[in-house]
Design a protein around this ligand. Structure first.
Ligand SMILES: *[C@@H]1O[C@H](CO)[C@@H](O)[C@H](O)[C@H]1NC(C)=O
Ligand SMILES: *[C@@H]1O[C@H](CO)[C@@H](O)[C@H](O)[C@H]1NC(C)=O
Length: 400
């Protein structure tokens, strides 16, 4: 061996050693804040909100990586707000089950577990959120109940940046399971969401006023939208999500008020819809408020027995009568549907009901292979004020 290669080998050994020490040190730096040490008890009855808040407060003040730990067991938790900014990256590790309250005095809270103003947040741990929705759904049914109230969302994120949420199960939320508002750069992965098909307003993941949100490798079975993207959602990527039962993946309803409402840049790829009411849907109110919905790609999607697989509805009116004096002023453009196959349980598998004042622009259909769930049924498309083109095979025949 010459001198050069000896120095090179020694250099490598030192580098590896340095990396190892650095890694270990880095791990040691994380400080754990176990809620049990702050008085939380896993008897499934005691309200643990104060213990959780105390653990959070100290973890958030820690100048380094902090981990709040919820150990195995069932912890009853009343509505809590975990607020930042914190002094370092912070993780919330849920190993056991958090159980929401059935006490109606807490039903007016905006959310059950709310994270706010935090940078570098991780929520993970393989644990479960039990929203105890059955105790409240009868109050939430706005179609039949005039006293309908906005019930707490199970877990909401407000003004969170650079965050990950993964390996969490959420079931029976009272309202939506997860809500993302005013957030930037968040990833959701390996999330399991479930609530009965007839539970009211139990959206899986609801996104508004947020930028760069990714949802991947998750299953969502619920009573409302699997994923709903409302006003101000930009650069949203959804992939490998299995949705159903539920109302599908929706953009909108848009144009409901004069707030900044645009939704731009959504991709939905490699997703599966099982028995949902809708597959991929864009909906806007027939109202005078102007906004923009553009640059959407729905690709490599399988639908099994879906009622309305592909829809744009610019006359959205879930609870008629609606005031439809004007046609929608939301401009929909650049929407691509590519490689979508499976079965439709209604005759109209592709429906583009666009606006007279703002016709849909540049809608592309590429390789759509749908059949009717009933072997004797036939499918058709519906187009109104929709402009665009189609490529490849088209079943039902395209009306663009
Ligand atoms: C449209 O979306 C794609 C994929 O998200 C993105 O790469 C592209 O920059 C977007 N274009 C516009 C004009 O927003
Ligand atoms: C997505 O689906 C397409 C079509 O089924 C497939 O060719 C592709 O490999 C899938 N992509 C991933 C990342 O799984």
């Amino acid at each position: 061996m010459d001198m050069g290669s000896i120095i090179y080998s020694l250099g490598r050994v030192f580098l590896l050693f340095f990396l190892l020490v650095w890694e270990t040190e880095g791990r040691d730096q994380a400080k754990y804040f176990d809620v049990g040490k702050y008085g939380a008890v896993d008897d499934g009855k005691t309200d643990n909100s104060q213990a959780f808040l105390d653990a959070w407060k100290e973890a958030c003040q820690w100048k380094g990586t902090a981990r709040v730990v919820v150990p195995g067991g069932t912890f009853k938790l009343y509505p809590v707000i975990f607020s930042g900014p914190c002094n370092g990256p912070i993780a919330f590790l849920i190993k056991g089950t958090l159980s929401a309250t059935t006490n109606p005095s807490t039903f007016s809270a905006h959310s059950w577990i709310n994270f706010r103003y935090i940078d570098q947040l991780t929520v993970t741990g393989g644990g479960t959120l039990d929203g105890q929705g059955a105790s409240a759904w009868h109050l939430n049914n706005c179609k039949t109940n005039p006293q309908c109230q906005a019930l707490p969302i199970s877990m909401s994120f407000d003004f969170i940046t650079n965050a990950r949420v993964e390996y969490i199960r959420s079931y029976d939320s009272k309202n939506a399971h997860f809500k993302i508002f005013g957030c930037h750069n968040m990833g959701f992965r390996k999330i399991k969401i479930s609530a009965p098909a007839d539970s009211p307003n139990t959206d899986g993941i609801k996104i508004g006023s947020s930028y760069r949100i990714r949802i991947a490798r998750s299953t969502i079975a619920t009573g409302d939208d699997c994923v709903a993207m409302v006003h101000g959602s930009r650069k949203i990527h959804i992939s490998k999500v299995v949705c159903g039962p539920g109302h599908g993946i929706s953009i909108g309803s848009l144009g409901g008020n004069d707030k900044e409402d645009d939704v731009v840049g959504v991709t939905v790829k490699n997703c599966t819809f099982l028995g949902t009411d809708n597959g991929v849907r864009i909906k806007t109110w027939a109202s005078p408020y102007t906004s923009k919905a553009s640059n959407f790609t729905f690709q490599d999607i399988f639908m099994d027995d879906v009622l309305n697989p592909i829809t744009i509805d610019q006359e959205y009116c879930p609870n008629p009568p609606c005031n439809q004096q004007t046609s929608s002023n939301v401009q929909i453009s650049d929407v691509t549907y590519k490689n979508i196959w499976g079965s439709s349980s209604s005759e109209v598998a592709v429906s583009f009901r666009c606006s007279k004042t703002c016709p849909c622009k540049n809608v592309l259909l590429d390789s759509i292979k749908m059949s009717h769930s009933n072997p004797r049924g036939r499918l058709r498309s519906f187009c109104k004020y929709a402009k665009g083109s189609s490529y490849g095979s088209q079943s039902p025949p395209s009306c663009l």
